[in-house]
Design a protein around this ligand. Structure first.
Ligand SMILES: Cc1ncc(COP(=O)(O)O)c(C=O)c1O
Length: 423
């Protein structure tokens, strides 16, 4: 935590958070709905819904026009970049908006591909979502070679020895996830950036799964690029990428002639999702307000965000401890990922399991009927599902918590799973 982070002064007020999210009031077959699908996409606070509809009602226009709604749109565009700059800890013009993380990453990989030479290498990992693999593998068409760092299957952590051995003199880019969307492992991305820079390579961080669970600080990480998606951290369906100024200025994205050479313009092709940007501002302000409830003296929005994450990390860890301890007691259950509580600072509250007698789909269906929303399959972490030997048999069941979940919800899930195990 940075020195500007104020101390967290009160217990996490989950009821206040839950009241902000109207979707959490839904029921399924008479049971309260339990949203354990956060890694697939989180719910949004009322203020995000309001900001999107207010934009469409009062400000809907294209940018740079000489009239009121266009001027309002320009303001929202600037405010969205400022909000994400606080979120990443960078300058607003180092923030690039796009349709989603996948689209932004492909745009970046195409631009990087223009400067690669035959024999150049890129490094990806087995642990990652395919959106941080395929955009780099595509560059093999330019003559580059893609290597893959392995995991330690026993706890689904990245094999840092293997990764280090594969960062070589001709490595140009290391692409790694901040946290694994399938099994929750948090990687030592600071060390990955250091290793990449040691050979003159760039480091690209996929922070999509990490963003709802931990504070991002691109300055202290010193990464070259970092991408995330606001629908995973309480906002609308949009992707956002940080790029170090020197790279955003040097690289040559494919762009229209009409698009200026200014940052971030040259990277933001076409008309942006303005209503989505209004929603992103509201999502960041929700998080900052959550932080101020715990640290009323927070001197800036960035400091308030840091306080929010400090509070959420602590609360989510309590929930994860309860969840994992309970799961490990269920007979016939196989757990994938870190189970040692001493290492819980290396995981998010996202867990993956299988249970004897059920395919992951059957389990997800049974839970879904009882109002408990989980995911089954590989969640696009294709290489991981193959490495763990579950790709051909339905993948895993993923239970992904967010700060709006409660201990009572975890208990209900554990009871349902125990009942299913005993059938
Ligand atoms: C870790 C991770 N990376 C990348 C993505 C792709 O993000 P998007 O849907 O914004 O393209 C996801 C989506 O699930 C993800 O979980």
């Amino acid at each position: 935590m940075s020195s500007s982070t104020p101390a967290v002064v009160s217990k996490f007020d989950v009821q206040w958070s839950r009241e902000q999210f109207p979707a959490l009031r839904q029921t399924v077959n008479g049971q309260p709905a339990i949203f354990f699908d956060a890694p697939g996409g989180t719910q949004v606070p009322q203020r995000v819904i309001d900001a999107i509809s207010n934009y469409l009602a009062t400000s809907n226009a294209n940018t740079h026009g000489a009239f009121l709604t266009s001027e309002r749109t320009d303001q929202i565009y600037s405010a969205a970049h400022a909000a994400m700059a606080d979120f990443f800890n960078c300058d607003p013009d180092e923030v690039v908006f796009g349709a989603n993380m996948t689209t932004l990453t492909f745009a970046l990989s195409r631009a990087i591909g223009r400067e690669l030479k035959s024999g150049d290498e890129l490094l990806v990992t087995v642990l990652d979502h395919d959106a941080n693999v395929s955009p780099w593998v595509c560059l093999e068409q330019s003559g580059a070679k893609v290597r893959t760092a392995d995991i330690r299957p026993a706890d689904c952590t990245l094999d840092m020895f293997d990764l280090q051995a594969k960062v070589r003199r001709n490595t140009r880019l290391v692409a790694v996830g901040y946290a694994a969307n399938a099994v929750g492992t948090i990687n030592d991305v600071g060390e990955v950036v250091r290793l990449a820079h040691g050979v003159g390579a760039m480091a690209f961080i996929d922070a999509v799964h990490y963003a709802p669970h931990g504070l991002i600080d691109v300055r202290s990480l010193d990464c070259d690029f970092l991408a995330c998606s606001s629908y995973k951290f309480f906002g609308p369906h949009l992707g956002i990428m940080y790029g170090k100024r020197e790279h955003l200025e040097r690289l040559r994205p494919y762009k229209l002639r009409a698009c200026t050479e200014q940052l971030p313009d040259r990277w933001e092709s076409g008309t942006q999702n303005h209503e989505g940007m209004a929603g992103v501002i509201a999502a960041i302000d929700y998080l900052a307000d959550l932080g101020r409830r715990h640290a009323p003296e927070a001197p800036s929005r960035r400091a308030a965000l840091a306080a929010a994450y400090a509070a959420m990390v602590h609360y989510e860890r309590e929930l994860a401890e309860k969840l994992i301890a309970g799961l490990l007691e269920i007979p016939g259950l196989k757990f994938y990922g870190i189970t040692d509580p001493a290492k819980f600072d290396q995981r998010t509250p996202t867990v993956a399991i299988r249970m004897e007698g059920y395919t992951p789909r059957e389990l997800a269906t049974r839970l879904g009927e009882r109002g408990i929303f989980t995911w089954d399959g590989n969640y696009y972490a294709i290489d991981l599902a193959e490495r763990l030997g579950v790709q051909q048999s339905g993948g895993m069941l993923r239970i992904g918590l967010a700060h709006y979940n409660t201990a009572a919800e975890v208990e209900r899930l554990l009871e349902e799973l125990k009942a299913l195990a005993n059938r």
